[in-house]
Design a protein around this ligand. Structure first.
Ligand SMILES: Cc1ncc(COP(=O)(O)O)c(C=O)c1O
Length: 298
């Protein structure tokens, strides 16, 4: 994707909109079938929600888009079987953030890309959560990939609403008037994004994210009550031995640390890329304290 001088970018204001644009582009193939994964999160608008493989989020809003096939995440066989010559687009995350920071097995994304090449299917990666340096790389994957579409949001605007649908030069793209957004790519958000990108490069924040991520992982993994820390860079899932994620997250909030319970047994942390050793040490100490307290109550 990087280095494709013919690539085009459609700017919008949120991750969901970036994915809506990708869904519309998939229709330009003349096909309508889509493939996505269970446990995914692609946004709350009707198209993005149709690709979000979570029963609880979809149920109140059915009927959604037809022709969406959901398959288990990380299962290359299942997704390969689901992608056919009639599939317009497959959309996956490099790591499922909302689903407890689930990392797919090595070769998963490349395997999907190969299948898409065989079937003439657009390969779209939702890098909304993993991208812009969070996982130690621009988009959040560490394989050699060249997807047709990549969507980004969150970090790119540095706190201002900005998102982008990046489209490879050889893929179908919008003609004038086919898509648009009043505030998409507005000068204020775009100026912020330029600063974000320059700062990430200048301050080597991707390398820093990897370093801080491994510091957190090494320290937290040793603690009692922690089964595993998974993820990449500064997108981490702390997998617990007990179903006390929600309780721990409330305890952490009281101590001034914000984290998220993605399920009963997994806590997700996604600190800012500028987090330093001092804050990491505070986090580890606080986490250890609240964990010991909770474990003593079990
Ligand atoms: C992977 C992923 N895609 C899409 C979205 C939707 O982004 P937004 O909330 O900006 O619409 C999110 C939001 O959490 C996300 O994590």
């Amino acid at each position: 994707m990087i280095g494709d001088n013919e690539a085009r970018i459609f700017f919008s204001n949120s991750g969901a909109e970036a994915n809506e644009a990708a869904i519309k582009i998939s229709r330009l193939t003349g096909r309508t079938r889509l493939v996505a994964t269970y446990g995914s999160f692609h946004g709350r608008t009707m198209g993005a929600l149709s690709l979000t493989g979570q029963e609880k989020k979809q149920k109140p809003f059915r009927p959604l888009l037809k022709n969406v096939k959901l398959v288990p995440y990380g299962d290359l066989k299942a997704i390969t079987a689901a992608i056919t010559k009639r599939t317009a687009m497959v959309m996956v995350e490099p790591i499922q953030g909302e689903n407890g920071v689930t990392v797919p097995p090595p070769g998963y994304l490349k395997g999907i890309q190969d299948r898409c090449l065989q079937t003439g299917t657009l390969f779209a990666i939702d890098a909304v959560q993993t991208g812009i340096g969070r996982c130690g790389s621009w988009f959040g994957w560490d394989e050699e990939l060249s997807p047709d579409l990549v969507t980004i949001a969150k970090g790119i605007g540095g706190g201002l609403p900005l998102a982008a649908t990046i489209i490879r030069g050889k893929s179908p793209h919008f003609s004038p008037g086919e898509h648009g957004s009043t505030f998409g790519g507005n000068p204020v958000a775009a100026a912020a994004a330029n600063q974000v990108l320059n700062t990430i490069k200048r301050k080597k924040l991707m390398e820093h994210a990897l370093e801080m991520g491994s510091m957190i992982t090494t320290a937290i993994e040793k603690l009692p009550g922690v089964r595993e820390v998974r993820g990449r860079g500064l997108l981490l899932g702390i997998v617990l031995d007990n179903s006390i994620a929600k309780e721990l997250v409330s305890d952490l909030a009281v101590e001034g640390v914000l984290a998220n319970a993605t399920s009963e047994g997994v806590i997700r942390i996604a600190p800012p890329l500028i987090v330093g050793r001092r804050e990491v040490t505070i986090f580890v100490k606080t986490f250890s304290k609240v964990m010991n307290r909770r474990l003593s109550l079990l």
